[in-house]
Design a protein around this ligand. Structure first.
Ligand SMILES: [Zn+2]
Length: 530
């Protein structure tokens, strides 16, 4: 049983009664829209989305709600916005900050739309919502009252869990200042059951400056928001959340998840949702916009991989193990190869099919309910080789390699793969994946006598008119010569690559030679043995 099936099993047990009553389970995740969506956020989205899909496959009703958080205070200035223009907005609720690009209603939704665009090809069953309307329509009024009534208890929980000492008059609420519109700079110092008293402090936070205003206002209907460590468990109650995972930065001892759990149980009297703790998604690409100080955005990763492969990258490991992606290393070719290997298990081509791999392959599909078609796929390394060879045509080589014509779906799959291989070759591929055909074989190629003898014998065999000039028969011929000459395979194969590539390795040798004219192969062998 793979990890997602285990989690779904746990969910089915824990929420047995709710499921039996036919009530949909609520799965939730969120992203604060304070900047471009970093790759790390994708992991949570895919984990929650997959849990939702697998629950649905088991006919367990559920809704995956994803919050586009537009209400947190603006607490950082990304380098890709005009610094002078945006500095005055620091401390305001994100929704009150104007958009820096056309087409979005405000600043956070520029990032919200980017996130939706990146996630869309994965077709996860996501129901998006923004936070602000929940406050403005009074959905948070009850939890705000509970939090204010229990201000002292919350201060104690903060202290017990994280040793964070709050002032005795600190209340868990941030009012939107009636004078300057900031929410990050205000401190509530009193609550009389109807109104809160607050001060907009000049030096309350490092990243924004308050205006000094003091006032009293109703804390309800969007006038104020809860600080996020209190707001998190408040959302669990308001939305009735049953399942919500947390990234590593939140679930450490003394972290926000622990504070959230205690506030949830002791203040809101609501159980903590089932947790799925997940590790970081580490990104190692130096060439990505990390160089511009942005870190890799989710969009850049999504542009690198087709949706199924992106999904595979996110689900192939159990959530509590980190994922590493280095597009400049072998990660991407390896991922494609893994996908093909999983397909072999799913389609029972593997001599000992393993259910876990087959299941992973099924769940990697964009719609995991529809049985995937068994399509012939060209290996990533072969495809990347062909695309670098000006004398080869992708479609023709595909037919030769498959040994029969490709159907329309297979051609489409081939073209799709090529679409991702080309930019990878251009921008990220390490040296070992780069091939160039030499105009002439290297003049200083060193061969020992056994190699010369074997190559001469091979030349004669390859010259035979009875040999059909195709990958498989050439491959057999090379192996026959190798056996007759009793030569180490690498001692025969390496010079064959060196003749054309100036390097000792390459794609499958029989097919490789078949991509050249027979006369050209014979000429090059001749040039080094005579
Ligand atoms: Zn103010």
């Amino acid at each position: 049983m793979i990890w997602v099936d285990q989690i779904v099993e746990e969910i089915a047990t824990r929420f047995h009664d709710k499921i039996a009553e036919g009530k949909p389970l609520i799965i939730r995740d969120e992203k604060t829209l304070s900047g471009r969506v970093h790759v790390g956020s994708l992991r949570g989205i895919v984990i929650h989305g997959l849990v939702s899909q697998v629950l649905s496959m088991r006919n367990i009703q559920n809704t995956f709600k994803f919050e586009l958080n537009d209400f947190d205070p603006m607490d950082g200035l990304p380098i890709y916005v005009d610094q002078e223009q945006y500095r005055p907005h620091m401390g305001k609720p994100l929704f009150a900050v104007p958009a820096h690009e056309p087409g979005a209603e405000n600043y956070p939704m520029v990032f919200g739309k980017e996130l939706q665009r990146v996630v869309e090809p994965l077709r996860l069953p996501i129901e998006y919502y923004t936070l602000r309307p929940l406050y403005e329509t009074g959905k948070f009024n009850e939890v705000i009252r509970e939090a204010l009534d229990n201000a002292e208890k919350i201060r104690t929980i903060y202290y017990e869990v994280s040793r964070g000492k709050k002032a005795d008059d600190w209340h868990p609420l941030s009012v939107i200042c009636e004078q300057c519109g900031r929410v990050g700079t205000t401190q509530v110092t009193g609550w009389d059951g109807e109104k809160v008293h607050y001060t907009c402090k000049e030096h309350y936070v490092k990243w924004a400056e308050g205006c000094g205003h003091r006032g009293s206002i109703s804390p309800f209907d969007g006038n104020a928001k809860l600080p996020w460590k209190v707001e998190w468990p408040a959302k669990w109650k308001v939305l009735g959340v049953d399942v919500e995972g947390a990234g590593k930065d939140h679930y450490a001892a003394g972290g926000s998840r622990e504070i959230g759990r205690r506030i949830s149980e002791e203040v809101f009297h609501n159980p903590e949702p089932l947790n799925i703790p997940y590790e970081f998604f580490n990104f190692k690409g130096k060439k990505m916009s990390a160089s511009k100080g942005l870190g890799a955005s989710a969009k850049e990763i999504a542009d690198l991989l087709p949706p199924t492969l992106l999904k595979l990258l996110m689900i192939r490991k159990v959530p509590n193990q980190p994922i590493d992606l280095d597009p400049e290393g072998a990660t991407i070719p390896t991922l494609f190869d893994e996908y093909d290997r999983l397909a072999d298990h799913y389609f029972r081509r593997h001599p000992e099919p393993y259910e876990g791999y087959a299941r992973t392959f099924q769940l990697t599909q964009i719609d995991p309910i529809v049985p995937p078609k068994d399509l012939w796929k060209m290996r990533f390394t072969v495809l990347s080789f062909i695309l670098q060879m000006p004398h080869l045509t992708l479609r023709e080589e595909a037919v030769k390699l498959k040994g029969s014509p490709l159907n329309a779906d297979e051609f489409a799959a081939l073209e799709e793969r090529a679409k991702y291989v080309l930019p990878w070759l251009k921008n990220y591929a390490p040296e070992e994946f780069i091939y160039k055909i030499l105009k002439e074989p290297l003049s200083d190629l060193k061969l020992d006598p056994a190699q010369v003898t074997a190559l001469k014998a091979l030349k004669t065999a390859l010259a035979s008119p009875s040999l059909v000039w195709e990958g498989a028969p050439i491959h057999e011929t090379i192996h026959l010569v190798k056996a007759e000459q009793a030569i180490e395979p690498k001692n025969l194969f390496q010079p064959l690559y060196q003749l054309f590539l100036g390097r000792t390795s390459g794609p499958q040798v029989g097919w490789f030679l078949s991509t050249f004219q027979r006369e050209e192969v014979l000429r090059r062998i001749d040039a080094v043995v005579s």
